[in-house]
Write a new protein. Structure first.
Length: 448
């Protein structure tokens, strides 16, 4: 068992940026029956899937519940905290804009990630006889794949033809930038929309958003991005990079709670041309919205795509999560610390007796793991994806269950990957060392 915890001299002793601002699950609460201290916080390495609860998010939700109880409908217009529900997202949009590098009018807090993706594709995917493809990475997040397929079918195309996927080279796990740019160069005349993940959910690869966007525009393509794993993880500059549109969720690195309200970006250069094709009253000109006019007069920009009332309780949790990140120094401070923590975790993992260099993964016959996330700091966020070997033999599931029993919470991607994220807001160098040691212990507990 992991009874002693010496921080190696090469690993900086780092305190989290905002650990006291979060409620972290205990070992007992997550069922870690092999953990030394049931009441201690677990090693929570799963913020790439769902961030833990910021205390400020709980406070913001409780404030709205209290106002609902005391004021009911009046809370839309009179609010003791100066956040009337009628304009609630006005508190969120400046924080969103800072996170993604946008102007305030280019972002909207609304809907869910996939619903927002559909709205953006309805506006930007305009296929012609010659230019009708959507270009994406192979093994994009399934919800994106479903959206792409349904959208091209709506226009009468076969997804097998119209959804163009780029896969890694034989024996590799991530995409090479030159291969992406080469496909755009050669096939750009057939591509209507280039739509990649900012950070790939499975491998943790951080795509070069600015360069891919520029290449797409050079060939006449629209450039959109799914930033589910990038927003709150890496600094972004969507306006300056000339990105056409983007969507993201808020429950991962933005720590806003399960299923929380999502975000949408549309570059202001499209304001005059892109009117919402699925209009709703909350996207109507705020000055006359409550006059209930019969003709839709959209807010200029991204916020014109809003459809229904703000989901205030969910948005309150978003606000608390964003305020917590801001108080900790913001996304750039987060990124600086994340680079250190991620490198520290990687350095310990590669010293494990179970680690296999990625170039030797295909030859491995004994239980072990390799890291399929890029080694270069500029090509990854805070996530490390571990591929368990030999693939298809059930090693991952045994290790994952053992890890959970020891108090390390990551998340599994069947059949062979565990994703681990040391988040500098609440993870310390001690968590990194403990997590690495307990991974070795998990192999032993699993009898591997």
């Amino acid at each position: 068992m992991c009874t002693t915890l010496d921080i190696p001299p090469e690993i900086a002793r780092l305190e989290p940026l905002a650990r006291d601002a979060f409620v972290l699950p205990t070992n007992a609460a997550v069922g870690a029956h092999r953990a030394e201290d049931p009441d201690a916080p677990c090693v929570y390495f799963c913020g790439n899937s769902l961030g833990p609860m910021p205390k400020l998010s709980k406070q913001r939700v409780e404030e709205e519940l209290d106002i609902w109880a005391k004021s009911a409908v009046v809370g839309h217009f009179k609010h003791p905290k100066q956040r009337p529900w009628k304009t609630y997202t006005e508190s969120i949009h400046p924080l969103f804009a800072d996170i993604v590098g946008a102007k305030e009018g280019e972002v909207a807090c609304m809907g869910t990630l996939t619903a927002n993706l559909h709205l953006m594709l309805d506006s930007f995917y305009a296929p012609t006889k010659d230019r009708f493809k959507i270009l994406c990475e192979a093994r994009a997040f399934p919800s994106d794949q479903y959206a792409f397929a349904s959208k091209v079918r709506t226009h009468g195309y076969d997804p097998k033809v119209a959804v163009r996927e780029i896969a890694p080279r034989e024996g590799e796990f991530t995409l090479r930038e030159e291969d992406i740019l080469d496909v755009i160069e050669k096939e750009g005349h057939e591509i209507a929309v280039v739509l990649f993940s900012g950070v790939q959910y499975y491998t943790g690869q951080y795509f070069p958003i600015e360069r891919i966007t520029a290449k797409a525009h050079e060939k006449g393509c629209i450039a959109g991005w799914d930033l589910a794993h990038a927003a709150g993880n890496v600094p972004l500059s969507l306006h300056d990079w000339d990105v056409d549109f983007a969507v993201w969720c808020t429950y991962k690195y933005l720590n806003a709670g399960p299923g929380s309200t999502a975000g949408l970006f549309m570059h202001e250069k499209w304001n005059a041309e892109k009117r919402p094709r699925a209009a709703g009253w909350w996207g109507h000109n705020e000055a006359t919205r409550f006059q209930m006019p019969p003709t839709f007069d959209p807010i200029v920009g991204a916020q014109g795509f809003q459809q229904s009332n703000v989901v205030v309780l969910a948005s309150a949790a978003v606000l608390g999560g964003l305020e917590t990140l801001q108080a900790a120094g913001g996304i750039r401070v987060f990124r600086e610390r994340a680079l250190i923590l991620t490198a520290a975790l990687e350095s310990l993992l590669i010293k494990s007796p179970y680690h296999v260099p990625v170039e030797e993964a295909g030859k491995q016959t004994k239980p072990g793991f390799t890291i399929i996330t890029p080694k270069e700091a500029e090509r990854r966020g805070a996530q490390l994806s571990l591929l368990f070997l030999p693939v298809g033999t059930g090693v991952m599931r045994k290790v994952f269950d053992a890890l959970e029993s020891l108090g390390v919470i990551g998340d599994e991607r069947d059949p062979d990957v565990i994703r681990l994220t040391a988040n500098p807001l609440y993870s310390s160098s001690e968590d990194v060392v403990r997590g690495a040691k307990l991974l070795d212990e998990a192999f032993r507990v699993a009898g591997l």
